[in-house]
Design a binder for this molecule. Sequence first.
Ligand code: B16
Ligand code: MG
Length: 219
Amino acid sequence: MPKKGFIFDLDGVIVDTAKYHYFAWKKLAESIGVSFTEEDNEHLKGVSRIKSLETILQWGNITLSDEDFQELITRKNEDYLSFVNTMTKAEILPEVPRVFQFLKEQNQPMALGSASKNAQSILKKVGLFESFQTIVDGTKVTKAKPDPEVFLKAAEGLQVAPKDCIVFEDALAGIQAANTAGMLSIGIGDAVILHEANYVFKDFTEISNEFLYKLISAS
Ligand code: B16
Ligand code: MG
């Protein structure tokens, strides 16, 4: 059986935390007088916490002292974590467990490739921490998506060549990172937003075991 490397983003792919980031950023942006819509939020998906706040400040033409910047970053993460702390297995996105089970049966190694510094605690909370051979998260990378660093490190951890890796992502920046890394990119979400991906599916209910098997068998 050939071996591919399956790399999964976290927020918006494995668990439904993208909405919690949205709620927390919206509350923060509006508290400093910057309007914030779901469309604005698309620009922050897959983007690091610091870069996200820098972007919101740019939109509002706001300059802050380092101290105030830190204060806002801390507040956003506390709000976000207050949502995360209520999470259960029920917030694993549909059919993710079936996909993980199939890949395990096929002896395919899996990695996490996420910008989140909260990734490990979220995975433990929903009981998926043990599913991954390698976890590359926001504590392990220096360059944010669309830079390919996170996925290249994941491939290295899996000991699979980048060309044999398959990335599942809900953010355009993540699809671009996977493409730059020379990997096959699979968008999870809106085909218009994720148009640069090799394939796009609404969610894992549209990804059959037959399709996964074809990915594994492709040379
Ligand atoms: P944290 P992913 C990303 O995770 C999120 O998409 C993005 O919205 C968030 O700002 C970033 O993680 C940092 O997360 O504040 O928890 O460190 O999609 O790459 O799994
Ligand atoms: Mg994501």
